[in-house]
Design a protein around this ligand. Structure first.
Ligand code: NAP
Length: 249
């Protein structure tokens, strides 16, 4: 019998994996944190909201007879990943981490890599005046005291307070292609971009546009990976799962 798979999601990869597994007839539950007002829902069963820490997740894994846990959360969702590691170990559940690879700089890129949003906020003023800020709704508060910059804050839902004094909000959800990003940068006379190094193709367009237009980018490095089986693509996650349950499908 196929083991039941729990995908910790909230990412395009999590959604795509759920779609493929559902197609293959593998029983799958996707879990979303419930942060986005109108999330794109994956195929198959979906549950929404926190589990109540690692203990709550461990209870859920046992109650729901989950055979394999896939942490497909965003690379910066470190608390959830830590909870997954603890709960999987406490319940002896197999755990796979599906994490996008970081973007890497190429010729013509003017990247300034930092380890935190706080560090990014310190750095940005020295690089430019008009900032495209794409750090997610909850990251904006780190820039609240940047009085000398103007920010175009792009988020899916309204950003959390406190907010920078000089800003405009642009509510939008990716994917964003390079041509549209270049147009946005020109229209708002953006001269510096701040982003997490999230990896993946959906939001990479801003980096291509920045390279073409000679705009510097402050990038927050991805947090360290746990010492566990890790794959970087949905195809590799499917192959890993198939190895454990060759009769899937
Ligand atoms: P986080 O700081 O690592 O997690 C905080 C708490 O949120 C967790 O302890 C857990 O609550 C709950 N949670 C997080 N992900 C969950 C999931 N998939 N299902 C159920 N509960 C979840 O996470 P975050 O950075 O706020 O991210 C929240 C969600 O947004 C994740 O699903 C992530 O994939 C997605 N996301 C995050 C970012 C980002 O930049 N951080 C960007 C895009 C999408 P309990 O302890 O109560 O279980």
């Amino acid at each position: 019998m196929n083991p039941r798979v729990l995908i910790l999601g909230g990412t395009g990869e999590g959604r795509r994996l759920a779609g493929h597994l559902t197609e293959l007839g593998v029983p799958v539950v996707s879990s979303l944190a419930g942060r986005v007002r109108e999330p794109k829902l994956p195929e198959g069963e979906v549950r929404i909201g926190g589990f109540g820490g690692p203990e709550g997740l461990a209870e859920y894994l046992e109650e729901q007879r989950i055979g394999v846990l896939v942490d497909a959360t965003h690379p910066f969702a470190t608390r959830m990943t830590g909870n997954a590691v603890s709960a999987a170990s406490a319940t002896n559940t197999e755990l796979l981490v599906l994490r996008r690879q970081e973007w890497v700089p190429g010729p013509g890129d003017d990247w300034h890599e930092v380890d935190s949003l706080a560090e990014a906020a310190e750095k940005v003023g020295g690089l430019g005046h008009r900032v495209l800020l794409t750090t997610g709704r909850r990251g904006v508060r780190h820039f609240a005291s940047a009085r000398h910059n103007w920010f175009l804050v792009r988020t899916v839902d309204e950003p959390d307070r406190p907010l920078p004094p000089n800003m405009t909000t642009l509510l939008a959800r990716g994917p964003f292609d390079a041509a549209a990003e270049a147009e946005l940068i020109r229209r708002h006379a953006i001269d510096v971009i701040v982003s997490k190094n999230s990896g993946g193709g959906m939001t990479e367009g801003k980096l291509t546009a920045a390279r073409e237009l000679g705009v510097p980018v402050v990038l927050v490095r991805q947090p360290a990976l746990p010492d566990l089986p890790v794959v970087h693509t949905v195809a590799d996650a499917l192959a890993w799962l198939e190895e454990r349950s060759p009769h899937a499908g």
